[in-house]
Ligand binder design. Structure first.
Ligand code: HEM
Length: 334
């Protein structure tokens, strides 16, 4: 223990002891806390926590006992792994069941037009993959905070786990910044296309083409995608705000505030991960042709017409030199 820390601790103990030894005129109980009649438990009950006086600049270190810490620990060690496990495993199970019962949404080879249309430009794709790649590392390292010592440590041993957890923590702290930048860029490039409208309600009522045979109309983003967009925006902003507070502990809120903040960060985090698992499924395995939109940026015109017919019409109206549909062919039901 360093010399400075030892002096600081000595000062804390001495001045807290002195504070308790003196009569406390402002004490909520109106009693002298040094009398035998008043025990620590009674003081805690009445004051919520035990604070002493410290002579070092960091006055918050005067908190001697903070019972909310026990509630927080019970949440972190008890409830949180359950909430996280149910959210993440529940979503994986639901997606597995959906895949095995419904299969992939396909577009027949015969339906492909062979004409490509640009769906996302280079900056949009950069923004997407910046956010996605950093999110995946944040998600894995975040889950390691909750489940690492329970699942990984018994498998790889404490030494390897501590090295991994240390690097995971660096990754979590530093990659949070490019992730936040990604959220900001996404807001700039996609917000205008994600304003909810009447068409989204119709799309939702038709089950988005997933449940029945109908294939509802949609603009650049359908209601399901808009939902993902808003989950990413609201979740991203909430994770950023609570994450920054956790990165600079005790600077904006006290110890109790940090605990509440950690609980919010963790619960939103696991729900966010579960929602994004659903998105990753649809963007890759769940729907044929979807990945191209974020891979090369181009999709087949027939795919675009089937899933985003109003957007295609809009694009065609914008540019006469863009890909033209010609006479519109009826799209067979799935
Ligand atoms: C490996 C992981 C991922 C894959 C394969 C993937 C795939 C895709 C695809 C194909 C699209 C375009 C859909 C279309 O044509 O309309 C898309 C859009 C989008 N992605 Fe991802 N994505 C992944 C991870 C993420 C992550 C981690 C986030 C955010 C945290 C994210 C946020 C978005 C948003 C906001 C959109 C626009 C709205 C939407 O289409 O739902 N993606 N993604």
């Amino acid at each position: 223990m360093s010399h400075t820390i030892r002096i600081a601790l000595a000062a804390l103990v001495l001045s807290a002891g002195a504070a308790l030894a003196q009569p406390q005129p402002g004490s909520p109980s109106g009693q002298n806390p040094t009398t035998r009649a008043v025990n620590e438990e009674q003081l805690l009950r009445e004051m919520g926590r035990l604070d002493g006086r410290v002579t070092i600049p960091d006055t918050k270190s005067g908190t001697l006992e903070q019972p909310q810490g026990r509630e927080w620990r019970a949440f972190r060690e008890g409830w949180l792994p359950w909430i996280g496990g149910i959210a993440v495993l529940g979503m994986l199970l639901a997606l597995g069941l959906f895949y095995f019962s419904k299969g992939r949404m396909r577009l027949d080879q015969s339906e492909e037009s062979g004409i490509k249309i640009l769906r996302f430009n280079a900056f949009e794709r950069f923004t997407h993959w910046l956010t996605a790649s950093t999110f995946i590392v944040l998600a894995l390292t975040g889950l390691n905070y909750i489940f690492g010592k329970r699942i990984l440590m018994p498998l790889i041993g404490p030494e390897a786990f501590s090295t991994l957890a240390q690097w995971g923590k660096y990754a979590h702290n530093y990659l949070a910044w490019p992730f936040m930048l990604g959220i900001l860029f996404m807001m700039l490039v996609w917000l205008k296309d994600n304003i909810p409208g009447r068409i989204d309600w119709i799309w939702l009522k038709a089950g988005g083409g997933f449940l029945g045979d109908a294939h509802p109309s949609a603009g650049r983003f359908n209601a399901g995608q808009k939902l993902i967009f808003w989950i990413v925006m609201i979740g991203g902003i909430a994770m950023s705000a609570t994450g920054i507070i956790l990165m600079f502990p005790i600077s904006a809120v006290d110890v109790n505030g940090i605990q509440i903040n950690q609980a919010i960060h963790a619960v939103i985090g696991v729900l966010f991960i579960a929602a994004i698992l659903g998105h990753i499924y649809i963007g890759s395995l769940g729907m044929e042709g979807a990945y191209d939109a974020m891979g090369s940026g181009e999709v087949d015109l027939a795919w675009a017409r089937r899933h985003h017919d109003l957007w295609v019409e809009e694009q065609q109206a914008k540019t006469a030199s863009g890909p033209q549909l010609g006479r519109s062919r009826p799209v067979p039901a799935e």
